[in-house]
Design a protein around this ligand. Structure first.
Ligand code: KPL
Length: 294
């Protein structure tokens, strides 16, 4: 049985495109929300998939948005303007955290945390790393939704985890431990251990554990370091998303990763010096790059 509501996949990112194709392969009704209306093609695995694309949200939908952290607020501001949004389900996936997430997300909005990796090779979307995903909310009170099956069939394995807070904090930590260093040292994930002193890595994790505890989420420094180490090994050949953004002169998500940890710690009343420094170093690199490229 397919979903009652149509899917509306937002954005042209590789993960969104991958999801659109896989949902279509499950005979789900899928449209794209892009900056233009018309017909859009996505190439995947030697096949061409054609989708109707719209600028607006025209009808109540199951909205799947895998976006950059800095796109979340503008996206929600826009969605709130559509009448159909009130009756739509929103499933969001992005790296990092927003300082005031509860102002932007409705309690019923879903988070999809994934370790799948995808990238674009010209017009083709490539499923570069087969991982797994988790679906849940930040309140932990929701029941498993009907659309879970469609999402799980489209891109398995998908795990149901009513309370996704720990998983999101773990993902935040992994990205804080890997992404800024790959930019500062212009290296692939697997080369990190040559550049980062273990004591420094530990201090990034400790600062995150302290902040998470303040926000009611229990994490353990050693677990975070082990998980990050595993990701470094599993994705050794990858360039992190932040390094790719840096190399392509796109905005980086640093303010939502180490920058978030530094700012939220300061708001809570203490300093998170290592995350603060990393955030400043990456930010100064990006402003240097935009000055030198003028
Ligand atoms: O999520 C990632 C990213 O690049 O943003 C990791 C896990 C670090 C893999 O590269």
């Amino acid at each position: 049985m397919t979903s009652k509501l149509p899917w509306c996949v937002i954005g042209q990112g590789a993960l969104g495109s991958l999801m659109a194709v896989h949902l279509a392969q499950q005979n789900e009704q899928v449209q794209l929300k892009l900056r233009r209306t018309g017909s859009t093609e996505i190439r995947f695995d030697g096949q061409t998939f054609r989708f109707q694309s719209n600028v607006q949200l025209l009808q109540p939908s199951l909205i799947f948005a895998a976006v950059k952290a800095y796109q979340v607020v503008p996206l929600i501001e826009e969605l709130r303007r559509y009448e159909a949004f009130a009756e739509s389900t929103l499933i969001l996936s992005y790296n990092g955290m927003l300082a005031n997430e509860e102002e932007w997300l409705r309690p019923q909005d879903w988070h999809w945390v994934t370790t799948h990796g995808a990238y674009r090779d010209g017009a083709e979307v490539v499923h570069g790393g087969h991982g797994q995903s988790w679906l849940g909310t930040m309140t932990g009170t929701a029941e498993k939704p009907e659309f879970f099956t469609a999402l799980a069939r489209a891109l398995p394995p998908l795990h149901w985890q009513a309370d996704l807070r720990v998983r999101r904090w773990q993902k935040l930590a992994i990205n804080c431990l890997i992404n800024p260093y790959t930019v500062l040292h212009r290296c692939r994930n697997g080369e990190l251990p040559q550049h980062v002193a273990p004591a420094e890595w530990r201090s990034v994790a400790e600062e995150i554990v302290r902040l998470a505890a303040y926000q009611g989420v229990t994490l353990a420094t050693d677990d975070l370091l082990t998980q990050a180490q595993q990701v470094v090994e599993q994705t050794a050949r990858n360039r992190s998303s932040m390094l790719q953004d840096y190399l392509h002169q796109r905005p980086m998500e640093i303010a939502y990763l180490n920058g978030f940890v530094a700012a939220a710690s300061a708001a809570a009343g203490w300093i998170a010096p290592t995350n603060q420094r990393l955030s400043e170093q990456v930010q100064s690199l990006s402003s240097m790059k935009s000055t030198t490229s003028k």
